[in-house]
Ligand binder design. Structure first.
Ligand code: AMP
Length: 316
């Protein structure tokens, strides 16, 4: 499973990511944590990021994209991962798309934790006061002033990702103002539903080729039957017309039913084409037979009329 946790700083992404990690056995990849480790270790990346982070700014896209590209290559990420704090800009999201595509991987969902900014500031202030009271070290960027800057960055640079992933139908929004356990339960529901629908899609995909064939060939069979049933005169013409309609309908139906999604539609259309062609040929043959038959009816009519005349004469 590959997920993104989206939300402003202090929304509880880290806490919720931990729960997901435990439940799904995937790794949490937090660019914030990785950058802080780089700063601590004094690496070239750390040196570049240090002042930007302390001021509540965003580290350049190419640096964080590089960090993520390397990290998802590691064996522990093979099972899946949850991205926390990445992507934070549209170019980062586009780079991630490219990265995943190049590895043949897909993103399962983006979970947005929606919170109220005012409440968020109060939450952070309380947390800082509690940490100080316990004598713990407070992060350099964990002050109300820097948080305001980080929130402004979130609004300007990260919030567009809500539309970005919404349009890709990957987004699930959760009320992050609820109690931690309730948020965890809501996320669990989303991920369970995701697992269910993924299982359904897999089993549908396993049945799909057979279904395609059946629909398309059923349409063709119906049309062929209707066409060959029309053997004489007007009746044949009518039946041929009906058959033609049936072919069109069957082809349309096959496209619609077999592939309701846009991507599948092309394939289904393709598979319905030979069926329609087959049926069209049958219609043409039926029509030919019909016209041959309709060039003979004079004889038949004469015979019938003579018979009737004889009967009438006899009665008379
Ligand atoms: P976080 O712990 O996710 O709040 O990140 C802490 C800080 O690291 C942020 O305020 C940024 O300065 C930097 N950072 C983390 N992730 C990113 C990212 N994806 N893009 C740019 N800067 C980031």
């Amino acid at each position: 499973m590959r997920l993104i946790l989206l939300g402003p700083p202090g929304a509880g992404k880290g806490t919720q990511a931990q729960h997901i990690v435990q439940r799904h056995g995937i790794v949490q990849l937090s660019t914030g944590d990785m950058l802080r480790a780089a700063v601590k270790a004094g690496t070239p990346v750390g040196l570049k990021a240090k002042d930007i982070m302390a001021a509540g700014g965003l580290v350049p896209d190419e640096i964080v994209v590089g960090i993520i590209a390397d990290r998802i290559e590691e064996p522990d990420a093979r099972n899946g991962f949850i991205l926390d704090g990445f992507p934070r800009t549209v170019p980062q999201a586009a780079a991630l798309d490219k990265l995943l595509k190049s590895k043949g991987l897909t993103l399962d969902a983006v979970i947005e934790l929606r919170v109220n900014e005012g409440a968020l500031l109060r939450r952070v202030e309380t947390r800082i006061a509690e940490m100080k009271a316990r004598g713990e070290a407070v992060r350099a960027d964990d002050t109300p002033e820097v948080l305001s800057q980080r929130l402004a960055n979130y609004r300007a640079q990260t919030e567009p990702l809500i539309d970005y992933y919404g349009e890709k139908r990957k987004l699930a929004t959760i009320d992050g103002m609820k109690a931690i356990e309730e948020v965890t339960a809501d996320i669990k529901r989303v991920l369970d539903a995701l697992g269910d629908s993924a299982a359904k899609i897999r089993s549908r995909a396993a049945r799909k080729p057979a279904a395609k064939k059946t629909k398309a060939s059923k349409g063709a069979k119906k049309a062929v039957k209707a066409a060959s049933a029309g053997r004489t005169g007007k009746k044949a013409g009518k039946k041929a017309k009906v058959a033609k309609k049936t072919v069109k309908k069957a082809a349309k139906k096959a496209v619609k039913k077999v592939a309701p999604k846009r991507a599948g539609a092309k394939k289904a259309k393709k598979s319905a084409k030979p069926a329609a062609k087959k049926a069209k040929t049958a219609v043409r043959k039926g029509a030919k037979k019909a016209s041959r038959a309709s060039s003979r009816p004079a004889k038949k009519v004469t015979k019938t009329r003579a018979k009737t005349a004889r009967r009438l004469t006899k009665r008379g």
